[in-house]
Design a protein around this ligand. Structure first.
Ligand SMILES: *Cc1c(COP(=O)(O)O)cnc(C)c1O
Length: 361
């Protein structure tokens, strides 16, 4: 009824229509406050309530233990590439697993801050798999082990977490946040930009174990880049991204109302299966990563040629499916099918690809 397209963008990405409708209804006067959330003081009682509910609902969804802080920090996921080494490197040593563009970026940034080593990578086969992480050469004095748990561009995801040999695990979950249950106490830090699977761009959620929030940092560390600054001020050291917090809070509630993360996982497994089954049976299209590590969120695939890939992108766009072009570093096509993408969208996409294949095959 809104004439919306099926939007397969990797991020910013599609949002649940029900959430957008609620926001629309509250736009000019949020629940009798007489104003829109974007006009509100972040120090007001009404906004504090929005904030507290968002945090409480996220804690409920992920079952976050009390000894973890939840922080809402601006600068997206990218700022965390710097904040993590700046805040967590006590010994100045960290070990990274590089499985795609995003972990590589984080690794490259961290190198500025200390002795940072890549201890495993899948670069040799264009990041199409996850290396064996059961027995890694983790250094005794490593402050943490870093992973990107779901590589948004390459479309791989960890099936089991690395054996960190007692070291802290730091995970970038940007493109899989809230897509399935997560045992928070397996990690020291979980973080993600929210524009993939949750809300509007420009903010990261950081879930950090309290004892990792240090005060004895290099005194030159910019105040905004210290976790203790944000933790000590309830994520309101300065004006937070109020709008993103509000919208994320709505999505947290939406997910709780629909059965939480178990239910999401079940839906996501079913939904991805529709597309992967098609790719496995098609003669024209094929997936680009090893089957056992295929992402449920980002599905890259190719035809035999770049020209044909481009034709498919144009064909699908005309049929009402948007943003299927693969990332420029990989080419081909990519369907991002986050929580908010309905199964009908994936079914309809597969029908469209089948039709293309029948016409051209
Ligand atoms: C998108 C993405 C980022 C970068 O997020 P920004 O909010 O744009 O900084 C980092 N990591 C992963 C896994 C991503 O998908």
């Amino acid at each position: 009824m809104y004439d919306r397209t099926y939007n397969f963008s990797a991020g910013p990405a599609t949002m649940p229509v029900e959430v957008l409708e609620e926001i629309r209804d509250e736009m000019l006067n949020y629940r009798g406050s007489g104003m829109c959330v974007m006009e509100m003081s972040h120090r007001s009682k009404v906004f504090q309530e929005i904030y507290d509910n968002a945090e409480a609902d996220l804690r409920k969804l992920m079952n976050i233990p009390d000894n973890y802080k939840v922080l809402f920090i601006q600068g997206g996921a990218t700022l965390q590439f710097s904040m993590i080494p700046m805040n967590l490197m006590k010994n100045g040593v960290a070990d990274y697993i590089v499985t795609g563009s995003w972990s590589k970026k984080a690794f490259t940034e961290a190198k500025k801050f200390g002795d940072v080593k890549c201890i495993a990578t899948s670069e040799d086969r264009n990041y199409s798999y996850i290396p064996d992480v059961t027995d890694l050469p983790i250094r005794d004095n490593a402050d943490y082990v870093y992973i990107c748990e779901n590589e948004t561009i390459h479309g791989t995801t960890y099936q089991t977490l690395p054996n960190t040999k007692g070291k802290i695990l730091v995970s970038d979950q940007s493109s899989m946040f809230l897509s399935k249950p997560c045992n928070v106490s397996d990690y020291g830090v979980i973080y993600g930009g929210v524009q993939k699977n949750i809300g509007p761009a420009g903010m990261a959620v950081v879930i950090i174990r309290e004892d990792l929030i240090r005060e004895d940092l290099d005194p030159k560390t910019p105040v905004y880049l210290r976790y203790d600054t944000h933790a000590g001020a309830g994520s309101m050291y300065n004006t937070p991204n109020c709008w993103a917090i509000y919208v994320c809070g709505k999505v947290f509630k939406y997910l709780l109302d629909r059965g939480g993360l178990e239910a999401m996982n079940q839906r996501n497994v079913e939904k991805a299966k529709v597309l992967y089954d098609f790719l496995d049976s098609s003669k024209m299209f094929k997936g680009t990563v090893d089957k056992e590590v295929r992402s449920l969120m980002n599905v890259p695939f190719v035809t035999e040629s770049k020209d044909l890939d481009a034709e498919v992108v144009a064909y699908t766009k005309k049929a009402g499916f948007d943003n299927l072009k693969g990332h420029k570093s990989v080419g081909g096509l990519r369907a991002s099918i986050y929580n908010a993408m309905p199964k009908e969208g994936v079914v309809a996409l597969v029908e469209c690809l089948k039709k293309f294949e029948a016409e051209r095959g």
